[in-house]
Ligand binder design. Structure first.
Ligand code: SF4
Length: 167
């Protein structure tokens, strides 16, 4: 797919400096940077929902949350019924593609960022075409409010929409 994507997230968007900040970091796979903006309290099961509630609460109430991007299963996957093992999801091909496209579009690397800074930059730079490119294969994309949230009609901080039931 030919896209005019010219988005560059620089290191200046905030890497934690201290060991303490790194230890406090939430491990997130790249496409969960988008899912966590859309979450509205609906999840696969109670265990997963509880984990999402905890993580999203931190991301939406703290000013600067360190997130360690991992191109693998993350702190949300560890409570998910679709997780089959380390770096193995029941819909692995699909979620790997979501991760790859998210990382590609925003030049993300496997390192620690400040979540709120990333979200601000994503929301400033993403276009409907880029979001279609990343999320087009997600079963919830056509019916959820993620598009509205991430594309800018939502508030600055991540808030309501719907979590993907099967990504
Ligand atoms: S569906 Fe896969 S990628 Fe999504 S939270 Fe569950 S294990 Fe992780």
């Amino acid at each position: 797919m030919e896209l005019n994507i010219n988005i560059k997230i620089s290191v200046s968007c905030g890497e934690p400096d201290t060991e303490k900040e790194r230890k406090y970091a939430i491990r997130l796979r790249p496409h969960h940077l988008l899912c966590t903006q859309g979450y509205s309290g609906v999840g696969y099961d109670d265990t997963f929902k509880t984990r999402m509630d905890e993580v999203v609460h931190r991301l939406r109430t703290e000013e600067q949350t360190p997130v360690m991007l991992v191109f693998s299963t993350d702190d949300l996957c560890s409570a998910c019924p679709n997780r089959l093992g380390e770096d193995l999801c029941r819909t692995n091909e699909k979620v790997k593609a979501l991760d790859q496209k998210t990382a590609e579009c925003f030049h993300l690397e496997e390192k620690t960022y400040i979540y709120q800074n990333l979200v601000r930059i994503i929301r400033k730079t993403i276009t409907p075409e880029v979001m279609d490119y990343i999320c087009g294969d997600c079963s919830w994309y056509p019916v959820s409010a993620c598009r509205e949230q991430v594309l800018g009609s939502g508030p600055d901080q991540p808030s309501a929409a719907v979590i993907h039931p099967e990504e």
